[in-house]
Design a protein around this ligand. Structure first.
Ligand code: ADP
Length: 260
């Protein structure tokens, strides 16, 4: 009886151990699958510009008789794709490092109002070139402890998208204000909008709602994934509202931590 009791006890312990180990593996497996998907998508994305570079370079090699004008079209194609790849690789590195928590925030007291003004100033000429009007409206007292470079990067991503996906004539507005103990930044445009069914996925890596326009404008499909990561690293939240054909509004809420 004692022996069979012992065997039963051991069996129960083994089964419970197995069950617990399996349960513990679920998140590991999910994250492994996510990583595999990321690598597969990244390779796929890198193949397109590589194929364009290869075909253009081969054509140049095969046809030395081509005129300077013909050659310059090929070189322009190559340069455009090299730029695209450079951006893609930079974005991939940012996300790969974020996955292994290799990026440390350089926290310091920053004023969100100043960052909004700086980024807006940078973007006004770009917006004007595309026939768009860009307005910035930031209230004072937007101090928080944060990584200045990363917040700058976040606003660049949102304004860059607003310009990319707003046809002329159109308006873009960036605002910064306080809501209780939070700082809220919004980027609003009167652009093409995002279909409701796509909204939950726009922060996913490589997800593009408008593939053609993203590609034409040199998008990587990684901007909003990076934006989401930056906001999360600062303990905040990012949200999106959009109406197809009327415009889009991204809102970022960040805790205004006490500046020490
Ligand atoms: P991309 O490099 O393609 O712009 P993002 O991750 O920055 O990638 O954005 C994902 C997708 O969300 C875009 O491809 C686009 O379809 C959509 N999107 C992002 N911002 C806007 C916007 N302001 N207006 C309309 N669509 C947008």
């Amino acid at each position: 009886i004692i022996a069979s009791g012992l065997v039963m006890g051991m069996l129960i312990i083994i089964l419970a151990g197995y069950y617990l180990a399996r349960r513990a593996m679920v998140p590991i497996q999910a994250s492994w699958e996510k990583q595999q998907q990321f690598v597969a998508d990244a390779s796929h994305e890198l193949r397109t510009p590589l194929a364009v570079i290869k075909s253009n370079a081969e054509l140049m090699l095969r046809h030395p008789e081509h005129t300077v004008e013909e050659e310059s079209i090929r070189v322009t194609n190559v340069v455009r794709e090299v730029r695209r790849m450079t951006k893609l690789v930079t974005d991939l590195l940012t996300l790969a490092r974020s996955d292994v928590n290799q990026t440390e925030l350089k926290l310091e007291p920053v004023n969100m109002g100043e960052i909004i003004d700086t980024v807006a100033e940078q973007f006004v000429p770009l917006a004007e070139m595309d026939g768009l009007m860009l307005q910035a409206e930031a209230s004072q007292e937007l101090e928080l402890t944060a990584d200045r470079e990363r917040l700058h990067q976040l606003l660049v991503i949102l304004l860059d998208n607003a310009i990319k996906y707003t046809p002329s004539p159109g308006n873009i507005k960036i605002t910064g204000g306080r809501q209780g103990s939070n700082i809220v930044v919004t980027v609003e445009d009167t652009g093409q909008g995002i279909p409701t069914e796509d909204l939950p996925r726009v922060f996913d890596r490589f997800y593009r709602s408008d593939k053609a326009r993203s590609r034409e404008k040199g998008g990587t499909g990684l901007g909003l994934a990076i934006a989401n990561w930056i906001v999360e690293m600062h303990g905040g939240k990012i949200g999106v509202e959009s109406k197809l054909g009327s415009g889009t509004r991204f809102s970022v809420t960040l805790p205004a931590k006490k500046v020490t």
